[in-house]
Ligand binder design. Structure first.
Ligand code: ZN
Length: 213
C-alpha cells in the first residue's frame, strides 16, 4: 500500500481509497477555529477571557471530532485490507517523515495549535492531520492483522515513488506530476500512487524472503 494525500491509500492492485470527505471538511473547520483562536494574545488558562476560553474549547471539540472520524475510517479501511490479503507491506513512516519538509511549530501553551510560520502553517496543519491519520491507521492495521494471522511489513520508503516497476530505472524525473509516473528510460506509464504501492509490495516481499531464508 501507498499512503498519500490525494488518496488516503492506494494498493498495488490499483484500488484507491479516497480521503474521507468529512475529514477534509473537519480539517477546514479546525483551521478556521485555530485562526480565530490565534487572534487572542497567549496567556495562562486562568487569565483567559470568556471568548478566548470559548475559542480554546472549540478547537478542542473539533480535534475530538477529527480523532473519532479518523478512528472510524481507519478501522473500516484496515478491516477491508486484512480480510482480502495475507501479506501487507507499507512504508515505514519514521523513515518517511525524516525525509520530508520541516514539521509545523506547535504552540507550547495550547496543544494542537501551531505557531504561524507563513505559508508553511496551512501546509503544516494539513500535513500533520494526514500524518496522524496514517499513524493511527497503521497501528490499527497491525493489530487487526495480528489477530487475523496476517503478515504486515514496514519497508524503507525511499525511492518507492521514483523507481520504474518495469525496468528499475530510478529518477525523480520519472514522476513529472503528483499523479503521473512516466519512466524516462523505458517509457512505462502508470498512476504514481500505484507505482508506489507496487514498489512497496516488492520491497516487503524481499524483506520477508530475507527473514525466512
Ligand atoms: Zn522504466
Amino acid at each position: 500500500i501507498d499512503l498519500g494525500i490525494a488518496s488516503f491509500l492506494t494498493d498495488s492492485n490499483g484500488t484507491h481509497i479516497p480521503n474521507p470527505r468529512h475529514a477534509r471538511k473537519a480539517a477546514a473547520r479546525l483551521e478556521a477555529a485555530q485562526r480565530s483562536l490565534s487572534r487572542f494574545p497567549r496567556c495562562k488558562a486562568k487569565d483567559r477571557t470568556r471568548n478566548h476560553q470559548r475559542a480554546v474549547e472549540k478547537v478542542a471539540a473539533l480535534h475530538g471530532k477529527v480523532r473519532r472520524r479518523r478512528l472510524d475510517h481507519a478501522h473500516k479501511t484496515a478491516l477491508t485490507l486484512v480480510r482480502a490479503h495475507d501479506f501487507i507491506a507499507h512504508e515505514d513512516l519514521k523513515i518517511r517523515n525524516m525525509s520530508k519538509a520541516p514539521a509545523p511549530k506547535p504552540d507550547p501553551t495550547t496543544p494542537g495549535v501551531f505557531l504561524p510560520n507563513g505559508a508553511a502553517a496551512k501546509a503544516g496543519l494539513n500535513r500533520s492531520i494526514a500524518d496522524a491519520g496514517w499513524g493511527v491507521f497503521l497501528t490499527i492495521l497491525n493489530a487487526k492483522a495480528e489477530s487475523a494471522g496476517r503478515e504486515v511489513m514496514a519497508v524503507d520508503p525511499r525511492n518507492t515513488s521514483r523507481t520504474c516497476p518495469q525496468c528499475g530505472h530510478t529518477a525523480k524525473e520519472n514522476r513529472p506530476t503528483q499523479e503521473k509516473f512516466h519512466c524516462v528510460a523505458c517509457g512505462h506509464q502508470a498512476h504514481a500512487d500505484e507505482v508506489g504501492a507496487l514498489n512497496v509490495l516488492r520491497a516487503g516481499l524481499v524483506r520477508r524472503n530475507a527473514h525466512t531464508a
